[in-house]
Design a protein around this ligand. Structure first.
Ligand code: FAD
Length: 467
């Protein structure tokens, strides 16, 4: 049983650990250092805040600092940046308001998250170039959108209307990166009247999903008047002080603002400086209990690796549920009940205007081969509701399995928004978790009623085709 449990990072992994530890062991001293002012916030909601669907940043906070301090008895210190860990002395050093605190620990959790990747091209430091990785990024972007909506089009005041939603159209913007943040932000910006140019280096958006999903999403983005530039390398962002154009390998597109959605990298410097090892993915390596190579030092969430449920190998998939689950497991472990917190399947979802998509497991054939499988995939499109039931749509399912063993390896699904691609992916997650074959999946006793699906749900149809 630990006496002092110290946590670096006050969001999903950190606060889940703090809350669980304190709930299970009320006499445990739990100290959380968070360098920013926000804790326990839902960064996942930021694109919808920028879009204007969520009115206040406070609405993204699940538990306030005061509630953590007063109701959960957690010693939460915001505005404190941990700058060093001394594993021999078992202390961390935090800087705050020009001062410094040295805090001893018995157990330590590193939950420092991830940071946005800024691509190594010229012009990313120009005004009008944004990333969306933190609450303050979200605030800046929302303020930018609000200014533009008021007609203060910063770069091109004379530009003609280019929007579908507003008469006082704003202007043209660039989104670099066709991953889920790029796509969610394309929607958020288009909904505010911007003419959106989405630049993607590869030949499809959402490259972790199936080709069928990527194609459906890209087609829909185009239907929504987003200019999707595939196979396009952004070479420079040009401008004097403010960004004025995105220069690609074969074009120059005038823009007044650029959002970089070019991925994240684990925030590991603090851990590395303390001699904590990283894995091959570049994130912090841990055992099944999230303990690092340094005894009593744990790592969880976006800064750490996890084990992939299909390959059994370390993987880096920075997502919110993993952070919450693994943080909570560490919170339980440090109170004397060792808890693993489980593997990951890389299950992810995205909404793109009126389309929803999900992916889980291993879909990419090269990745599957690398893991020792002989992959085979089938793609089917089926009705999302009974044919006679009004207002249905279609669901396209790509299911991947191992050719010989028929073990289910992964799936990618896409449907109209509300027609169930995302929730249907959960049946496949179950199959991955139990190492099921397509024969097993085909016999899963899924619910059926006409407003929700067909008797044979599209996931079952896909498994029948593969079996
Ligand atoms: P973080 O949330 O990054 O928190 C780490 C905290 O540590 C930060 O508050 C940081 O200030 C603090 N910190 C770092 N270093 C120090 C230090 N030295 N001292 C003190 N404090 C420090 N995931 C999904 O599953 N679904 C989604 O739809 C989704 N959408 C997203 C949309 C956006 C725009 C973004 C940015 C992320 C999204 N994510 C989504 C990812 C999800 O937000 C993360 O997986 C989750 O927040 C990870 O939690 P964490 O606690 O590991 O790290």
């Amino acid at each position: 049983m630990t006496d002092t449990f110290v946590i670096v990072g006050g969001d999903a992994a950190g606060m889940a650990a703090a809350s669980k530890a304190k709930r299970d062991a009320s006499d445990l001293e739990v100290v959380v250092f968070e360098k920013g002012e926000w804790v326990s916030y839902g960064a996942c909601g930021l694109p919808y805040y920028v879009k204007g669907e969520i009115q206040s940043l406070e609405h993204l906070v699940s538990v306030t600092p005061e509630e953590f301090r007063e109701e959960r008895d957690i010693d939460l210190r915001t505005g404190h940046e941990v700058v060093a860990i001394d594993p021999d002395a078992k202390t961390v050093t935090a800087e705050h308001d020009g001062g410094e605190t040295v805090q001893p620990y018995d157990s330590l959790l590193i939950a420092t998250g991830a940071e946005s990747v800024v691509p190594p091209i010229d012009g990313t430091d120009l005004e009008g170039v944004y990333t969306l990785g933190s609450m303050s990024d979200g605030k800046e972007l929302r303020e930018y959108v609000a200014r533009a909506r008021k007609g203060e089009s910063l770069q091109q005041p004379d530009r003609g209307p280019a929007c579908r939603y507003l008469e006082d159209c704003t202007g043209s913007v660039g989104v670099v990166g066709g991953g889920y943040i790029g796509i969610e932000m394309a929607e958020a910006l288009a909904a505010n009247g911007f003419e959106v140019n989405l630049f993607q280096r590869g030949d499809r958006v959402l490259k972790g999903f199936s080709e069928a999903t990527s194609e459906a999403v890209a087609d829909h983005l185009r239907e929504q008047d987003v200019a999707v530039h595939l196979d396009t390398e952004v070479e420079t962002l040009s401008g004097d002080e403010r960004v004025e154009a995105v220069v690609t390998d074969d074009d120059r597109i005038e823009v007044e603002m650029v959002l970089l959605g070019t991925g994240v990298r684990p925030r590991t410097a603090l851990a590395e400086d303390a001699g904590i090892e990283l894995g091959e993915t570049g994130a912090i390596e841990t055992d099944a209990y999230r303990e690092t190579n340094v005894p009593d030092v744990y790592a969880a969430g976006d800064c750490a690796e996890a084990t992939h449920v299909v390959t059994g190998e370390p993987a880096y998939v920075p997502l919110a549920l993993t952070a919450n689950r693994h943080g909570r497991a560490v919170g339980q472990t440090v109170t004397g009940r060792p808890t693993e917190g489980g593997a990951i399947a890389g299950t992810a979802a995205v909404k793109a205007f009126d389309v929803e998509a999900a992916r889980t497991g291993i879909i990419d054939h090269d990745e599957a081969r690398e893991a020792g499988f002989d992959p085979i995939s089938e793609t089917i499109t089926a009705k999302s509701r009974a044919g006679y039931y009004p207002d249905g749509g279609t669901v396209t399912v790509t299911l991947t399995a191992d050719r010989d063993t028929k073990r289910v390896l992964g799936a990618s699904l896409v449907s109209e928004y509300g027609e169930g691609a995302v929730h249907r992916s959960h049946a496949v997650v179950g199959a991955l978790e139990e190492g099921a074959t397509v024969f097993d999946l085909e016999n899963y006793d899924l619910a059926y009623a006409p407003p929700f699906n067909t008797t044979w749900d599209p996931v079952l149809v896909a498994s029948k085709v593969l079996s």
